[in-house]
Each structure stands twice: as C-alpha cells, then as structure tokens.
Design a protein around this ligand. Sequence first.
Ligand SMILES: Cc1ncc(COP(=O)(O)O)c(C=O)c1O
Length: 334
Amino acid sequence: MIDLRSDTVTQPCAGMRDAMANALVGDDVYGDDPTVAALEAKICEITHKEAAVFVTSGTQSNLCALLSHCARGEEYIAGQDAHTYRYEAGGAAVLGGIQPQPIVFNAQGELPLDAIEAVIKPDDPHFAKTKLLCLENTQGGKALSLSYLAEATALARKHHLNCHLDGARLFNAALATNTSMDALCQPFDTVSICLSKGLGTPMGSVLVGSDELINRARRWRKMLGGGLRQSGIVAAAGLFALEHNVARLIEDHQHADAVARALNELTILEGAVAHTNMVFLNLPANMLNALQQHLKDANIIISGARWVFHKDVTSGDVDHVLEACRAFAKNPVN
Ligand SMILES: Cc1ncc(COP(=O)(O)O)c(C=O)c1O
C-alpha cells in the first residue's frame, strides 16, 4: 500500500529500531535518562533556545505551551484552521480555561497583521486578556517567510503578547525557504517541533523556549500524564531521525512538486498545487470520491484532497501514483 494520508504513517527503519533497542535509559521523571537529555540538548543546539522538554505528541507540546503562557480567562490568537485551535479537542479551553480567538489564515498560511491587531482586546473587564499569538509553520504545507514572522511577532510584542510557534513541520519550512532552524525559532518564546511527522519516529515532540517557560511546561507535562520513565527508548528514535532523516525531506518536496506538475497536465485533474511535502487537489467531491476509489484499487490510500509525501513513498511509488492518475483521467467516472 502507498499511503498518502499523512506523513505520520511512516514505519521506523531498521537503523532507527536498532538505535531504540540499544538506547541508554534511566527514569526521566527523576531527570535520569541520558538519551532524553541528549535529545533535548541537541534540539536546543539546533534552535538556539535555552531549554527543551521531550513530550509525547505535538498536541501535548502545544497544550503544555498554551498552559505555560496563559492562565484562566486569558486568550490566544490562532488560525481558524490551526492545529492548536481546530484539531486538539479544545484542550486549552477544557483544561486551562483559556479562550481561543481564531482568525482566518490568508492564502500564504499567515494570520494577516490587521486581523491580528483587530482582535487584540483592550484592558477592560468585559474581555478575556489577550496573552499569546500562536502561528503555525508550515501551515497546510506552506512555509512562512522570515519577514512575515518578524512583522507578526513585532506586532505581538508591541501589544505585550508572547509568541508560540506550532512548528510540527518546521524542518520542512527550513529546507523550503533555505533558512536555518534557529532563525525560524528566534522570534518565538516557545516552539513545538514534531519528530513523528516527516522525520519518521514512532512518537514524540520537543517544546523549546526559555528556562522559565520550559520549567512551567515540565510541570504541565507531568500533570497531563506525560512524565515518562525510560523514554530514552523513543528519544533515541528522535536522535536517529535528526541525524538521518532531515536532509532527505527535500525528496518529499520534490515528489510533491512532481506530482502536482504531472496532475496539471491531465486536464481533468488540473488545479493541483504543491506546498513543501503536500499536494492539494482541486476537484469536485464526486470526482474526488471516484478518484479515491480508483486509487484504492491500485493500492494507494488517500483521505481526500490533501496528499502527503514522506520517507516511505519512493520515486517508484510516485510513478505508480501518476500511472493510476493517468488511467483515471482517461476514464474518470467508472
Ligand atoms: C500542524 C500540526 N500541529 C500539531 C499536530 C499534532 O501532532 P500529534 O498528532 O503528534 O499530536 C499535528 C498533527 O498532525 C499537526 O499537523
């Protein structure tokens, strides 16, 4: 099966499994796990942040960040389709009494500056206290520019807001914009980076920031049930991924680009666009359903109009996907 539903579907390779099996471990709740410490130190080195905490998932990482920045009755600004707002079960509201203030992303995956400014509340007892601006990079595969990050965070600072970045796929953004990870992280107080998306580990994310914020996040992680014991076994997968799976992300971008170009040559499937490792199709629902069924019969799984390329999709797989799409285009509704 060629699985294009997400870059979270990858299998750990033999080298990663060896690294996990041979990891030195200790009880991380006591701060005794050398492999977790090594992973946290490595991410600090890459991002030029003071402190890091290894957490179970991107959702837990974002939630620890939101809870560390905002108290009950305070609010964070995020995109209407941001993962932190739309896809994390309302955790910040449920567990922290934190109010989200969603606004619509523009076509570049940015929160427009005037829209941000318009929702920042004045200090008035009618309103929740606006505390945090939360951006996402990549957003729907789109890599944000350094100049936008500088402008948006400067606006936030002007209004005394903190800044958090959901950088679940920040390595993709860094490669796509030819920018260093530390430059992309520099404007933010906290950044969440996932190891289980394109980097191909079975689980884990890392939240980085100042000593003070990460100490707070560690307390929240414990409260959320994310204080793990011999978690070096999974941290070892993260260290392996940082060494072996970062540079190759560019292949996923190339695959996505090649697929979008080829689809645009088939009149019926034209309108596809690629952003980093993702392709977005522009098809009416009935046509998409028919294509989904056709691809399933060719051992290709998609879950709609977003196709995600990752390390377990080879160039040969890309050829197979395109062959199946060409066959569909010849006879679209069977
Ligand atoms: C942009 C973004 N942020 C956060 C997450 C959450 O990560 P997790 O599934 O590890 O909780 C995801 C998951 O796909 C994501 O796409």
